[in-house]
Design a binder for this molecule. Structure first.
Ligand code: NAD
Ligand code: UDP
Length: 315
């Protein structure tokens, strides 16, 4: 049994991770300030004496004797991270500093949830970890992109200067049950719109691409990364290389839900990346990992989840 801290543990990814870590027999502290996460996501774990929920902001130092830290605290959806850009930068950078400081003090391993957004609007396709990216440091997305890039810098420096066992993963677009129905991300938006027969809002001409990974594949990749040898600190891409245009995604969801929704085109937000697809050769080599769940199978489970929220009038 390991003592593990998960920051942002009440969010979409964090709650799935807590569930898996508890299932594997660990002692888990879930820390969250509930900005975008909710207790509802972890309420089913609360009866377990090895699960603790702590209301805390990662920007403030926190102390706990733990062996592993997964640092996930940070809003991930553009509408939420742009709501208060200064707070997003603080959460990424001060949060990483606090958690790296804790890892140093208690000699814990720490995994930093970075993002494909460090590649910005990529000029290399697909994106290998060696690509340095193309980020606008003063654009709409910069509070998130630059915050996450700086958090990576901190991890590498804590590793090299202080011998902290850091691990960086770059997560590509992930979807699945427990996404917030109003968090504005494309998969949740399209499914909720389709189930309600409302217009499907495709940004721009819908020809921009994303590669969508189902949550279970990501969680497996995260656990395997934490278990790699101490000398390997990443960064490592974790994503599904299946690439789809946003317009194709809209059509697929309409077809799968049997919806009467129409597709409407809305303005493309500035700096919206035109293409994104992970090169996962390194993850295959280092983790013996690759995604197992195809888009259609993952969408089916996610549609079921949102359908049940609607049936129970929770949306
Ligand atoms: P989410 O918004 O569902 O979860 C983030 C959690 O962090 C929420 O529970 C939120 O309340 C909490 N949080 C935010 N600010 C905090 C603070 N200052 N102190 C404590 N808790 C705070 O998003 P998610 O999709 O679960 O993302 C989790 C992590 O994975 C984030 O770091 C995100 O950048 C990263 N990531 C996610 C994706 C994706 O596709 N979902 C892609 C790349 C990276
Ligand atoms: N998008 C869209 N309609 C929506 C929400 C998003 O067309 O209702 C587009 C968005 O502009 C982007 C893509 O879908 O091109 C993925 O958006 P998301 O916010 O899910 O992730 P990110 O842009 O951060 O990869």
């Amino acid at each position: 049994m390991k003592r593990i801290l998960v920051t942002g543990g009440a969010g979409f990814i964090g709650s799935h991770l807590c569930e898996r870590l508890i299932k594997d027999g660990n002692d888990v502290i879930c820390m969250d300030n509930y900005f975008t996460g909710t207790k509802q996501n972890v309420v089913h774990l609360m009866d377990n004496p090895y699960f603790e929920l702590v209301r805390h902001d990662v920007c403030t130092p926190y102390f706990a004797e733990v062996e592993e830290i997964y640092n996930l605290a940070c809003p991930a959806s553009p509408i939420h991270y742009q709501y208060n850009g200064i707070k997003t930068v603080k959460t990424s950078i001060m949060g990483a500093l606090n958690m790296l400081g804790l890892a140093k003090r208690v000699k814990a391993k720490i995994l930093q949830a970075s993002t494909s957004e460090v590649y910005g609007d990529p000029l290399i396709h697909p994106q290998p970890e060696t690509y340095w990216g193309n980020v606008n440091c003063i654009g709409e997305r910069s509070c998130y992109d630059e915050g996450k890039r700086c958090a990576e810098t901190l991890c590498v420096n804590y590793h090299k200067q202080n011998g902290v066992r850091t691990k960086i993963i770059r997560i590509f677009n992930t979807y699945g049950p427990k996404m917030h129905p109003n968090d504005g991300r494309v998969v949740s938006n399209f499914i909720v719109q389709a189930l309600q027969n409302k217009d499907i809002t495709v940004a721009g001409d819908g020809m921009q691409t994303r590669s969508f990974q189902f949550i279970d594949d990501l969680i497996e990749g995260m656990i395997r990364m934490m278990d790699t040898e101490d000398s390997f600190y990443g960064p490592l891409n974790i994503g599904n290389p299946g690439e789809f245009t946003i317009l194709d995604l809209a059509k697929k969801i309409i077809e799968m839900t049997g919806s009467k929704s129409r597709i409407v085109f809305i303005p493309l937000p500035s700096d919206d990346p035109t293409q994104r697809k992970p090169d996962i050769s390194l993850a295959k080599q280092k983790l013996d990992w690759q995604p197992k769940i195809a888009l259609e199978e993952g969408l089916k489970k996610t549609i079921c989840y949102f359908d049940s929220l609607l049936q129970n009038q929770k949306i």
